[in-house]
Write a protein that binds this ligand. Structure first.
Ligand code: TPP
Ligand code: SF4
Ligand code: MG
Length: 347
């Protein structure tokens, strides 16, 4: 009689979920779009960190990039906002329930063009959330016009040249108060994966600008956001690795050649120095190095700035640990005495 081999049980993470539990709908983006690679890294990072998908709130604006939350973690909460207005929705959700892990996905157009006013106020509040810009230098969804992150001299397929200076979202975020600011490339699997895991462990605003080529409208000769340009011009500041608090943090670490930043949950972000003197906890270093890279036409990647101790907006306003929706009436409604006092003050 033939024996049947039992199918092995799927591999699970520390909360007993399989990677399938972190997947979303089938992508409708173009094959080869950098945004798809970022969705894959998000799935892997949340799976490996053992985050309950129901604890995550996915937020986005409008654009091909902003469609991508539909393609990962379909068990999570999700809100697709108006173009460029995701930060105010995220701020409200973070205030209403600080137990949620907020994950915003935006585009360079959604953030740096129409949404710049909202973006700057999100950064200065250090709202606890991960804010990813899937940066392709164009408005992919509306057929490839330049966005405000396009470099001077970049050329569209039609021959149009951009002569306006780009907005550096990383420089802006550091200046304004985001407490974890990094840049990566959708084609750099290892670096992006480590950064996303560190982002999950951070308490404060993580602003992650990920260069993500648009294969349909901005991947040609003359583009500065193409796969080829990134391969030729990417200049990593350090090798990024991350050891979560639930693993043995003493392994594989050489303090002489690495900088280790301890995150608020005890995890360690390890940056193996490629540049001897770079200090990721110094805003000044970060801003200076970004300016130098710009002069040299390099696309600098890495964790530019991190401060795990910066107070978040929720700490500043002494927000309750409980979700507002679960508070009993006597904690949200002023009593008769308090109302009487207010009325007397107004007389
Ligand atoms: C108020 C408003 N203005 C303009 C548009 C048209 N529009 C849709 S997506 C988009 C740009 C998206 O670019 P980006 O955020 O870079 O996303 P990508 O498609 O490149 O990923 C624009 C201008 C809109 N939907 N709403
Ligand atoms: S148009 Fe560009 S940004 Fe949009 S899905 Fe296609 S490759 Fe991606
Ligand atoms: Mg874009």
């Amino acid at each position: 009689m033939a024996t049947t081999t039992p199918t092995p049980a799927p591999k699970t993470n520390r909360i007993g979920l399989a990677v399938l539990d972190y997947r979303g709908g089938k992508t409708t983006l173009c094959a080869g779009c950098g945004h798809n690679a970022i969705s894959e890294r998000i799935i892997d990072a949340f799976y490996e960190m053992g985050i309950q998908p129901e604890r995550v709130a996915k937020l986005s604006g409008i654009g091909c990039s902003s469609k991508s939350p539909a393609y990962f973690m379909n068990r999570s909460h999700s809100f697709n906002s108006v173009h460029g207005r995701m930060p105010s929705v995220a701020t409200g959700a973070a205030l209403a329930n600080r137990k949620l892990l907020m994950l915003g996905v935006s585009g360079d157009g959604d953030t740096a063009s129409i949404g710049i006013g909202q973006f700057v106020h999100l950064m200065r509040r250090n709202i606890p959330m991960i804010y990813i810009i899937e940066d392709n230098g164009v408005y992919g969804l509306t057929k490839g016009q330049f966005s405000a992150t396009a470099d001077v001299g970049a050329k569209l397929k039609t021959g149009v040249i951009n002569d306006l200076p780009p907005i550096d979202t990383c420089g802006l975020a550091i200046e304004l108060g985001a407490s974890f600011v990094a840049r990566s490339f959708s084609g750099d699997k290892k670096q992006l994966h480590a950064m996303l895991k560190a982002a999950i462990a951070h308490n404060g605003t993580v602003m992650l600008d990920v260069v993500s080529p648009c294969v349909t409208f901005n991947d040609h000769e003359g583009s500065t956001k193409s796969y080829k340009y990134m391969k030729d011009h990417e200049e990593p500041l350090h090798d990024v690795s991350f050891v979560p608090a639930f693993e043995d943090i003493s392994i594989d670490y050489d303090p002489g050649t690495s900088v280790a930043v301890t995150m608020h949950d005890g995890s360690q972000l390890r940056l193996r120095k490629l540049e001897e003197d770079y200090d990721p906890t110094s805003k000044l270093h970060a801003i200076k190095r970004l300016a130098e890279a710009k002069e040299a036409n390099e696309v600098l990647t890495g964790v530019f700035y991190v401060n795990p101790k910066a107070p978040t907006f929720l700490d500043m306003i002494n927000m309750t640990e409980d979700s507002l929706a679960t508070l009993p009436q006597d904690r949200v409604r002023p009593g008769r005495e308090a109302l009487k006092e207010i009325m007397e003050e107004l007389q």
